[in-house]
Every structure is written in C-alpha cells, then in structure tokens.
Unconditional design. Structure first.
Length: 108
C-alpha cells in the first residue's frame, strides 16, 4: 500500500505541475514556453496512472483522495496559503477514502 500511495502522490504532483504552468502563462503573463514542460508533465501524469494494477475507474477513485491532499499541500507550500482545520480534516477524510479503496483492490 505504501508503494501505491507514493505512486499516487507522484501522479498528483505531475498533474498539478502540468496544470499550474499553463495557469502561470495565462494568468500571470509568464512565458508560453512553459507549455512544453506542462505537456511533458501531463504525459508523465497519464503514464503514472497507467502503472496501477486495478481497473481504471477504481484507480481514479482512489487517486482522487491523494489528489485532494496533494493539492492542499501545494496550496500551502507553493501558494503560501494557510490551511484551515477544515482543510486538514477534509484531506484526512479523502486520504482515508483512498486507503479503504486500495485495501479492497485484491478483494474485488
């Protein structure tokens, strides 16, 4: 389960970077050259999702929990936004949901 969780975090980071770079270009006037690493990051995201052994819908559902946690950590560390207790509670609940789904992969 640790390997799956770490793979999900890498996947989420690739997706967030792939979306953040075009956002910088569109909203902050950054160079359009950021679109190239953004595209590469999104390709990495898709490839990382394909490495999971479960059915795609189950992978997407479990991945969503880790994505929530990763997005909030990005908000804190990259955007500098202080997270509320509600943010942390929601992240914990989403992460627990991922753990439950992954624990059931071999039983489905």
């Amino acid at each position: 389960m640790l390997k799956t969780t770490l793979l999900f975090f890498l996947t989420a980071l690739a997706e967030i970077v792939g979306c953040f770079l075009p956002w910088l270009w569109l909203r902050k006037g950054a160079t359009p050259l950021l679109l190239l690493p953004a595209a590469l990051s999104l390709m990495l995201f898709v490839w990382l999702l394909s490495l999971h052994p479960a059915a795609s819908g189950r992978v997407y559902a479990a991945y969503g929990g880790v994505y929530v946690v990763t997005a909030l950590l990005w908000l804190r560390w990259v955007d500098g936004v202080r997270l509320s207790h509600y943010d942390w509670l929601g992240a914990a609940i989403a992460f627990c949901g991922m753990l439950i789904i992954v624990a059931g992969w071999g039983k489905a």
